[in-house]
Design a protein around this ligand. Structure first.
Ligand code: NAD
Ligand code: IPM
Ligand code: MN
Length: 357
């Protein structure tokens, strides 16, 4: 078969633990579906700071650029939390997204029926929840100028939020296209009652909307959206929003599925190339214990298969295996009602591999 190059940057904390399980799943699909992967591992995040003096070494970036897709774990941890900006793991994460042109971050939140009890919300509220947050990933306040200065009352800090028309257009078009393949509903989330970037955002959305007459559009202010997500999650189909709002709303959406350990993501640019990572972070509080939920990362592989490689059958096999293992009652601690019966990270990976057809 045509061998695909996968750049693996496992990162810190639970990153390497969950990535190992995702690779097991990929190897199983090689066997079952005749796929072929070449895995190359690179240093990234805190571990790269320790070993190379920078969170995103040039050789890691080059390896990612030469790959067909990137599989990422998570970065960060208390060890590096007080470092200056250039020596923070998170700076490497923003750097790789920017350097690879990955402006679109797709974060699906779909409830597995058997996990309705795992959420902190009432099962009847969650019924039918199946949404995608489309988060702009390379602009906004994350990437605007940041600095300190001396103000009239002492030290001040400044973060600037910038969006240009082009940046808004390309993400909004992508969201409309995705909505078109689904229930044809798009919620554009902004803070247009206060922010100039949001007013530009809304203007662009309204200008593009007539090109998609089949998609029902609503504008929702971000504070209201945070509330509506808990009140009527099932009514959302596609949510498109700017970088920081998308970061926050997707963690909130995670709880609709029972745990942040369930939420997968794809980061895409103009072509098929993509970076795939769980939505969660390095979870320093549980790192090294072998109890992290690997499902977010495993489902990110299914996204990789669909969106970068068009391996739909193999993707379905992964998603079905996850569903059947959950249906059989297997739970990692984060989604368990009885934590004494919870399985560990590796066991969950093995169960999913064994369930694959
Ligand atoms: P986090 O997502 O790492 O953890 C939040 C909570 O969720 C913790 O209680 C953690 O134990 C739990 N959790 C997360 N993933 C889990 C999983 N797979 N299974 C079970 N439980 C899970 O967020 P945080 O604690 O705010 O951040 C920790 C570090 O991770 C910080 O350094 C942060 O900057 C970084 N971070 C990195 C990424 C990324 O690499 N994409 C994303 C978010 C946060
Ligand atoms: C995420 C994370 C990152 C973000 C951090 C770690 C920089 O929270 O991927 O959601 O805010 O984008
Ligand atoms: Mn986040």
């Amino acid at each position: 078969a045509d061998t695909k190059k996968i750049a693996v940057i496992a990162g810190d904390g639970i990153g390497p633990e969950v990535v190992a399980e995702a690779i097991k799943v990929m190897k199983k699909t090689e066997e079952l579906y005749g796929l072929s992967f070449e895995f190359e591992h690179g240093l990234f995040g805190g571990i790269a700071i320790d070993e190379k003096g920078t969170p995103l070494p040039q050789e890691t970036l080059d390896m990612c650029k030469a790959a067909d897709a990137v599989l990422l774990g998570a970065v960060g941890g208390p060890k590096w939390d007080n470092n200056p900006k250039e020596l923070r793991p998170e700076t490497g994460l923003l750097g790789i997204r920017k350097a690879l042109g990955l402006f679109s971050n797709i974060r699906p939140a779909k409830i597995f029926d058997c996990l309705k009890d795992a959420s902190t919300l009432k099962p009847e509220v969650l019924e039918g929840t199946d949404l995608i947050v489309v988060r702009e990933l390379t602009g906004g306040i994350y990437f605007g100028d940041k600095f300190r200065r001396e103000g009239a009352n002492g030290e001040e800090a400044v973060d600037t939020c910038v969006y240009n028309v082009h940046e808004v257009e390309r993400i909004v078009r992508q969201a409309f296209e995705i909505a078109r393949t689904r229930r044809k509903k798009l919620a554009s989330v902004d803070k247009a009652n206060v922010l100039e970037t949001s007013r530009l955002w809304r203007e662009v959305v309204n200008r593009i909307a007539p090109e998609y007459p089949d998609v029902e559009l609503e504008h929702v202010l971000v504070d209201n959206c945070a509330m509506q997500l808990l009140r009527r999650p099932a009514s959302f189909d596609v949510i498109v929003t700017e970088n920081m709002f998308g970061d926050i709303l997707s963690d909130e959406a995670a709880m609709l599925t029972g745990s942040i350990g369930m939420l997968s993501s794809a980061s895409l640019g103009e072509g098929a190339f993509g970076l795939y990572e769980p939505v969660h972070g390095s979870a320093p509080d549980i790192a090294g214990q072998g109890i992290a939920n690997p499902i977010a990362t495993i489902l990110s592989v299914a996204l990789m298969y669909r969106l970068t490689f068009g391996y739909h059958e193999a993707a379905q096999s992964i998603e079905d295996a996850v569903a059947s293992v959950l249906d059989a009652g297997h739970r990692t601690a984060d989604i368990a009602t009885d934590r004494s019966k919870a399985v560990g990270t590796q066991q969950m990976g093995d169960l999913i591999v064994a369930a694959m057809k």
